[in-house]
Design a protein around this ligand. Structure first.
Ligand SMILES: Nc1ncnc2c1ncn2[C@@H]1O[C@H](COP(=O)(O)OP(=O)(O)OP(=O)(O)O)[C@@H](O)[C@H]1O
Length: 208
């Protein structure tokens, strides 16, 4: 279960959203909505522990979180198979077994491409590989930032099907998306939680 209580998150130390609270039970997903710049990515990164919590609390089972964003983290000099193995090894889950890897390749229609180098893939193929990574790391609590960017309609359906399986297995997900995933999940509009105007902030990145 994921429990978020009275959370303030921000960029460059400037609050972007405040007073955010919700729970997501095992087996459920929550869709985050709101206009560009409202703070969806900021909230997801904060939930995943990639940015500091400015106030409030975030709780979920330790070592169970995983964040996936627009940047797929594909290793261009490794094949699709090797990329999946790499991520399974990094996360140290049971993903090193071949069964999970085969399942992930099949779930994202990557079997025919499995020996292709990451660097030679199209944007949508890279995205499918980035999502297949989620299937080998065996984390239950997923923070997914625009998971369907670059995907065609068929691949969106593949992803939605995989996500339904993840939820049926007791996983959960918080997802930002501007499209309808066809997932039966409540939506949270972040607009009422806006904390500060855009222009005030500094940056929290060393390199933008
Ligand atoms: N590295 C950064 N440093 C400072 N401010 C930032 C940084 N990244 C984003 N911001 C600002 O923080 C606010 C929230 O941005 P965020 O990316 O979380 O919005 P979003 O809702 O995900 O937007 P979109 O729908 O466009 O992806 C915006 O005003 C943005 O300009």
């Amino acid at each position: 279960m994921l429990q978020v209580t009275n959370l303030t998150c921000g960029r460059g130390g400037v609050p972007v959203l405040s007073g955010v609270g919700f729970t997501v039970a095992a087996g459920e997903a929550l869709i985050l909505r709101g206009p560009n710049g409202i703070g969806k990515t900021t909230l997801l990164r904060t939930l995943a522990g990639l940015q500091p919590v400015l106030a409030g609390t975030v709780a979920f089972p330790e070592e169970q979180g995983a964040y996936a964003s627009h940047a797929d983290g594909i290793k261009s000099a490794l094949t699709i198979r090797e990329n999946l193995q790499f991520w399974a090894d990094i996360y140290g889950g049971g993903g090193s077994g071949s069964t999970l890897r085969e399942t992930a390749l099949a779930a994202f229609d990557l079997l025919d491409l499995q020996h292709r180098m990451g660097g030679t893939l199209s944007a949508g193929q890279k995205r499918r590989l980035g999502l297949a990574r989620l299937a080998v790391i065996e984390r239950k609590v997923l923070f997914l930032d625009e998971p369907t960017v670059s995907l065609d309609g068929f691949s969106v359906k593949l992803f939605a099907e995989w996500l339904r399986g993840h939820l049926a297995d007791g996983g959960l997900a918080v997802i930002t998306t501007h499209i309808d995933l066809g997932i039966d999940a409540p939506e949270l509009d972040l607009t009422p939680y806006q904390a500060a105007p855009d222009q005030r902030g500094g940056s929290d990145e060393a390199f933008l």
